[in-house]
Structures are given as C-alpha cells and as structure tokens.
Write a protein that binds this ligand. Structure first.
Ligand code: NAD
Ligand code: LMR
Length: 313
C-alpha cells in the first residue's frame, strides 16, 4: 500500500470487491516473525488481499493463536502456522513472497543501530532458509536497522546487505526481488506536510531519499507535489519531525513497542521492472548539504552489514 493515499486506497478496495476473489487468489506469502507487533497487523492486511491464496505465519513462539484468529476472517486466503526452526523449511516451501519483521525492537533511548547485533543474526539465518527453500521469492526485510537508497524500489541497509550477501553466497541473488521496507517514512512525511500546509492528503506526494535512521532520512520538500512554498523554519521543523517520527512512537509507547500501525508493503507482479529513483537534480542548498551529511553514515551502515555477512560465513 506504499504511497497510496487513504481515498485512493478506499476506491481501490471498492473496485476489488467487485471482482471474484476466489478465482484471482493464487499467491503464497510467508511472514517470518508473525506473532509480533508488526507481524500481526501485517498478516491481517495480507489476509485481506484477494491475490493471496495461502498465508504462512512463522515465529519462534505464539503464532498458533494468530493463525486461528485470522482464519476466521471471511477472505479467501488460508492461514497456516509454523513454530520454531524445525518448521521453517515447510513454512517456506513454494512461497512467492517472504516478509521478515522478525527480531528485537528499540526501547526509548536506543538507536536502530543498537539492534544490529541481534537482528543481523536473525535475518541472516532466516534468509539462508529462504535461499534454500524458495530462492525465487520476493524478500521484504523490515527488521531494523533498515536503511535504503531508492525509496519505493530497491533498498540497501544493514539488514538488506546481509540478506544480499547470503543470497549471493547461495547463488540465488536477484537484486530486483530484495527489498528493505521503510514505508512509514513516506506515510509520515505526506501526513505531516499535509497537516502543516492544510493540503488534501490524497494530493500530497513528496520524494524521499537516503536511509531509515536519523539524519539519513531526507525528505525533499522542495519537490513537494502539489508545488508548495515552505519557510526555512518550516523545512527545518518538518525535516526533523519526519526524521524523529519513529522515536516519537517509541517514546509514546514507553518501551512497549515501536510503530506497527502506520506501515505496509506494495508489490509489483513479477519483480522490480524499472528502478524509479528520486530525481536528485535541482536539490536546494539545504537538501544538498543534508545529502552530503548523510552519505558517510549510510555508507558505513551498508558496509557494516556486508562485513557481518562475510565474516559469519
Ligand atoms: P516485536 O518484538 O513485537 O516482534 C518481533 C517478533 O519476532 C516476535 O514475535 C519474536 O518472537 C519474533 N522473532 C524473534 N526472533 C525470531 C526468529 N529467529 N525467527 C522468527 N521470529 C523471531 O517487534 P515488532 O514491533 O514486530 O518489530 C520487529 C522489527 O521491525 C524490529 O526490528 C523493529 O525495529 C522493526 N521495525 C521496522 C520498521 C521499518 O519501517 N522497517 C518499522 C517498525 C519496526
Ligand atoms: C520506525 O520508523 O517506526 C521503525 O523503524 C521503528 C523504530 O525503531 O523507530
């Protein structure tokens, strides 16, 4: 659902209802880490898709109840639960799409990079199993620290480079099928800008570049659609709010979770067919400076992920 505004989404849903769901459902999707704060609402969204015939939920614990609950929803996908490493291979057999929110989340006062040591190992193990059991699947990585280069298309981050290295080592790497999920930043920037400037949310579209942590999150406000003027103070205030929005939720949840309700995933049918990166021409001075400032941090995060995956094999 990335980038879709509420109204457009509602219209699409209405159109979908007019189709015969049963005859169109054919995709198998697996969620790894499905019993968690991200996994559960994500599984519900996937269960609602008319394109999905089979939803496989995997976690190290507590996933049976989630599957039982979801199976009562009156949509066509059948939900199956898989618990623990011994059931992972079965979970992944013949799956078309794998989404990975498995891992630990931030507590107040932590950075996303503080999660690296635990989540790197979890993602590496899960992607090895994906490579062995469904090497052609689309793989979406949510587990932090996530950083990406090209919003809405291919992504690179600390966990995504780990996944890429694992897939390369297994001889099944297809860059058009590996994604880092950082949709909340786009959802947030459109929401905050629409609120600040009294714009209709459905009209607002702001490109974003860089990463998914602190100053590496760089909204390009000068390219806001519809064309909108911002004062220097507004640019600074909005940029900082967008960069800290994840932390805003972490603090509001006071150690009980991170953002789980303002994020989702958009898929193409076969793979990424064209790389649609944000246009970097015509950045203003503020954006150009911010871009130069984020590059070393982003590069370091990517190299950290690659080094980890290479060291551990
Ligand atoms: P959570 O703690 O609620 O859930 C994590 C789940 O992962 C748990 O159910 C846990 O049992 C499971 N898990 C742990 N190790 C596992 C393993 N080896 N195999 C399978 N499952 C395993 O956390 P959450 O709120 O769901 O967040 C999950 C991750 O997503 C965190 O790293 C968080 O920082 C990240 N996150 C990313 C974004 C993004 O935009 N990319 C947004 C929000 C959260
Ligand atoms: C977010 O942006 O909400 C997620 O990356 C979770 C976090 O740790 O902030």
């Amino acid at each position: 659902f990335s980038g879709l505004k509420a109204e457009a989404f509602a219209q699409k849903e209405e159109q979908r209802c007019q189709y015969n769901f049963q005859s169109r459902a054919s995709y198998k999707v697996a969620v790894l880490g499905a019993a968690g704060g991200i996994g559960q609402p994500l599984a519900l969204l996937i269960k609602m898709s008319p394109l999905v015939s089979s939803l496989h939920l995997y976690d190290i614990a507590n996933v049976k109840g989630v599957a039982a609950d979801l199976n009562h929803c009156n949509t066509p996908a059948q939900v199956f639960d898989f618990t623990g490493a011994s059931e992972l291979a079965n979970c992944l057999k013949d799956v078309d799409v794998v989404v990975i929110p498995a891992g630990v989340l931030r507590k107040p006062g932590m950075t996303r990079d503080d999660l690296f040591n635990i989540n790197a190992n979890i993602v590496k193990g899960l992607v090895e199993a994906v490579a062995d059991n469904c090497p052609d699947a689309f793989i979406h990585i949510i587990s932090n620290p996530v950083i990406f280069l090209f919003r809405r298309t291919l992504s690179a981050n600390s966990t995504v480079p780990i996944a890429a290295e694992v897939l390369k080592q297994k001889g099944v790497y297809d860059p058009k099928k590996l994604f880092g999920v950082t949709t909340p930043d786009i959802v947030r920037e459109n929401t905050f800008i629409a609120q600040k400037k009294n714009l209709r949310l459905v009209d607002v579209d702001v490109p974003m570049i860089g990463g998914h942590a602190g100053i590496t999150i760089l909204p390009l406000l000068s390219k806001t659609k519809p064309s909108t003027a911002f004062t220097d103070e507004e640019v600074q205030e909005l940029t900082v709010r967008i960069q800290n929005a994840g932390t805003e939720v972490i603090e509001a949840k006071a150690g009980a979770g991170s953002a789980t309700l303002s994020m989702a995933v958009k898929l193409g049918r076969n793979c990424v067919e064209a790389l649609i990166s944000s246009d970097l021409n015509g950045l203003n001075e503020y954006e150009q400076k911010a871009l130069e400032a984020l590059k070393p941090e982003l590069k370091a995060s990517i190299e950290k992920g690659i080094a980890y995956a290479q060291k551990e094999t």
